[in-house]
Ligand binder design. Structure first.
Ligand SMILES: *Cc1c(COP(=O)(O)O)cnc(C)c1O
Length: 387
């Protein structure tokens, strides 16, 4: 079966397909249909934090699949109640949680909750920010290539320069319901926030009675060296949007909700699949793995190791190396596509973030031996300019 040919012919056409069919994974390793192995530095854009086919998560999914897959949230369930308690125990200061099925849905829910709670409609987001591709979250996303074909979008959205508190203060007005920010801009090029910026944004939102939404969809669950990235900045947001690795690879999103939120009454929002027992069982197992294997600390230590090795690469092509934990961006002075192809030839799968940034998001369980292979391959491909 030529999967590339079939998917290119029958898929909607909205993805640029690689000629590489992947059939299996374990830890940070992926196998193609011919049995070749690759080191996965994509983690499905940050989904596979706990590694592929983690035995404890796989077992929890299999057990729950044989027990109960679906149940609307009007009926309580043991796995869902347990996940609510577990998730909120990892985010002290939050009181409630809303479950959905993806990152963009968690952003949509947070925007609706902000409107319900405040009676206002405006949202201030950041330039280079990425929050998803459905119409509400797309209105907060910066990249014009994603936005413009679908305009008009939702009115009342503003974009301000990131890491610039004066610009944020100038944009917040009496119509602003919420500010939405990433702690490390992922798609936008792996740009970490300045701590003073997020702290000043928190103070500004408190002073103006505006809700602060932090998008942790990519940065959450250990990726940057703490369970949630905001925890390293000494701030408490009003809402935190989660998805990606939350349920160990199964589709799941969540909004963590703080005490400032009001008016979340029955019927105001909902989701058919949200909080289904299968995803909740996977999430419960995934969060237990996160803690038992000390994955935030592993991400911090491995990230420092890999970043130091990349910084030691003596290449005139590199403009900047930055990131937090195992969320690393290597900005080049030219387009990264040929370098990603060269890495793939050396059996390393990596991502871009924009045209000029190589983005590395390996599973947090990646071994030091694998990190060395990634660094060696980077050193080789960045030796001389490629086209
Ligand atoms: C991936 C991502 C989203 C969108 O998540 P989906 O599950 O693809 O809808 C939103 N925000 C950030 C920061 C992301 O990385």
């Amino acid at each position: 079966m030529n999967c590339y040919e079939i998917e290119t012919r029958l898929g909607a056409g909205v993805y640029a397909k690689q000629q590489l069919t992947i059939v299996r994974g374990s830890g940070a390793t992926l196998w193609d249909e011919d049995g070749n192995t690759y080191i996965d530095c994509t983690s499905g854009h940050g989904v596979a934090n706990f590694g592929h086919a983690h035995p404890r998560i796989a077992q929890a999914i299999a057990d729950q699949a044989n027990t109960l897959v679906t149940l609307f949230e009007t009926f309580p369930n043991d796995k869902r109640a347990a996940l609510m308690e577990k998730l909120l125990s990892l985010a002290p200061g939050f009181e409630r949680v809303f479950f959905c099925n993806s990152g963009t849905e968690s952003i949509e829910a947070a925007f609706k909750f902000a409107r319900l709670s405040s009676g206002k409609t405006g949202i201030v987001a950041a330039m280079r920010g990425f929050h998803g591709r459905t119409l509400g979250s797309l209105s907060a996303t910066w990249n014009k290539a994603y936005r413009e074909p679908f305009e008009p979008l939702i009115p009342g959205f503003k974009h301000v320069p990131y890491n610039n508190i004066e610009a944020l203060a100038a944009a917040v007005d009496e119509n602003t319901a919420a500010v939405v920010l990433e702690c490390v801009q992922g798609e936008g090029g792996v740009f970490p926030a300045d701590p003073q910026y997020l702290q000043a944004a928190r103070a500004l939102c408190t002073e103006k009675a505006v809700l602060l939404i932090i998008d942790e969809i990519q940065t959450g669950f250990g990726r940057t060296g703490s369970i949630f990235c905001y925890q390293q900045f000494g701030i408490l947001p009003d809402m935190v949007c989660c998805a990606k690795s939350l349920a160990g690879g199964l589709p799941m999103g969540a909004v963590l909700i703080g005490s400032a939120l009001k008016n979340l009454t029955p019927g105001t929002h909902g989701s058919t699949f949200g909080g289904n027992p299968l995803a909740c069982a996977a999430g419960g197992a995934a969060l237990q793995v996160l803690q038992d294997e000390n994955l935030p600390q592993q991400a911090r230590e491995k990230g420092e190791y890999l970043m130091a090795r990349i910084r030691a690469v003596d290449s005139p092509l590199i403009r900047d190396v930055r990131g937090m934990g195992l969320m690393i961006g290597i900005e080049l002075k030219q387009k990264v596509a040929p370098y990603l192809r060269a890495l793939q030839k050396r059996n390393i799968l990596a991502l871009n973030a924009g045209m000029t940034v190589i983005r590395l998001l390996p599973p947090l369980v990646i071994s030091y031996e694998e990190l060395d292979r990634v660094a060696d391959a980077l050193e080789e491909v960045l030796k001389e300019p490629l086209t």
